[in-house]
Design a protein around this ligand. Structure first.
Ligand code: FES
Ligand code: FE2
Length: 362
């Protein structure tokens, strides 16, 4: 296992950005104790429907707000009041902003020193997404969203929960520049390929015959920040978006999710389309599992021995390092890497007739 410092990322240990922290339906079942970004966190849905993410430990005596499920106020379903949550030990109540707004046995005002950190959280595409910035800055851009999520012709996903992987996310992000693994790993030696860097977004365009689908596959794949990949994919009659998400748990450990949003033949999508979505998500997972399995068993590539005909790993890593840098440094990195990069030996997407970028959110 290698850490952010091993990859020369920094000065921060965890990247800035929007990350999936749960599937929305998980949160509907009640408060959750989760761990991300090297910290224990309390995640719950307020009575208004608002998702809330707080540092886990109560300022009073250090009780985990959502892990102690046997306390009476938890059993009685009295822990959430409005969008606030009561600590199960002595009942101090925290607002969704992380401020103590009630102590059952003491009149206010309550000290600001009792406040705990609250993180910006939204529901987007069936996922609970949180904005993490090590210094607590507000979001720089909106959480990823596909308008097709609200289109009745598209069959919504349920997430595949892939669990934790003892790998630094750098190795996952390398995939964006990695044109030469597509043949050996995925059975799809691509015919054209390019990368584009646009501030906090990295885009990959590629296409070729896919053995698994027995069809020509074209994909436009992008990360919005360091944690959420979306990929528009077209093969034969099928059109879909794949989601691959990684969220750092500890330095060198990530949690991953996968899903597919699928365009039905009918509008609104019918039962047959729903069955096709399940099949498409399973097929995409099989393809992705090939990467996942490599990552599981490889040693860290602290340095990539990059050939001229490899994809632009170095530029990709530079782009990724912005999320570990100060905002000032991040702006410089963006300026340095922004633009399109081609790989020696690969045709340009536009020369190969790549034309699937309509209706994308960037
Ligand atoms: S430890 Fe939370 S209220 Fe006492
Ligand atoms: Fe891959």
């Amino acid at each position: 296992m290698a850490t952010a410092a091993d990859y020369n990322l920094g000065p921060n240990t965890f990247p800035r950005g929007w990350f999936i922290v749960a599937e929305s339906t998980e949160l509907d079942k009640g408060p959750m104790a989760v761990r991300f970004f090297g910290r224990d966190l309390a995640l719950y849905r307020g009575e208004s429907g608002k998702p809330v993410l707080l540092d886990a430990y109560c300022a009073h005596m250090g009780t985990h707000l959502t892990a102690s499920t046997s306390a009476m106020i938890v059993k009685n379903g009295e822990q959430i009041e409005g969008d606030s949550i009561r600590c199960p030990y002595h009942g101090w109540r925290y607002s969704c902003e992380g401020d103590v707004d009630d102590i059952p046995y003491s009149d206010g005002p309550y000290p600001k020193s009792a406040s705990i950190r609250s993180y910006p959280v939204v529901d987007s595409m069936g996922c609970v997404m949180a904005w993490f910035d090590p210094d607590g800055r507000e979001p720089e851009y909106e959480a990823p969203f596909l308008k097709q999520w609200d289109d009745p012709q598209w069959v919504r996903w349920e997430l595949d929960h892939l669990g934790e992987l003892a790998i630094h996310p750098q190795e996952i992000l390398d995939n964006m520049s990695d044109v030469r693994h597509l043949g050996p790993t995925h059975g799809q030696p691509c015919e054209y390929f390019s990368n584009e860097f646009r501030d906090h977004i990295i885009i990959q365009r590629q296409g070729g015959e896919m053995q698994l689908y027995n069809a020509k596959l074209q994909t436009t794949t992008w990360y919005t920040g360091p944690g959420v990949l979306l990929s528009k994919q077209i093969f034969g009659e099928a059109e879909m978006f794949e989601l691959i998400a990684n969220t750092p748990v500890d330095d060198g450990v990530v949690k991953c999710w996968h899903a597919v949003l699928y365009k039905g033949q009918q509008n609104p999508a019918n039962h047959g389309d729903k069955a096709a979505q399940i099949q498409a998500q399973a097929g995409a997972l099989e393809a992705f599992a090939a990467d996942f399995n490599v990552w599981k068993h490889k040693r860290p590539a602290i340095k990539v021995m990059q050939l001229k005909t490899d994809g632009p790993f170095r530029a990709g890593r530079k782009w990724y390092s912005q999320f570990y840098a100060t905002p000032e440094e991040a702006a410089k990195i963006r300026e340095e890497v922004n633009g399109v990069l081609l790989t020696e030996g690969m045709t340009k997407p536009e020369d190969a007739g790549h034309n699937i970028d309509n209706d994308l959110p960037f």
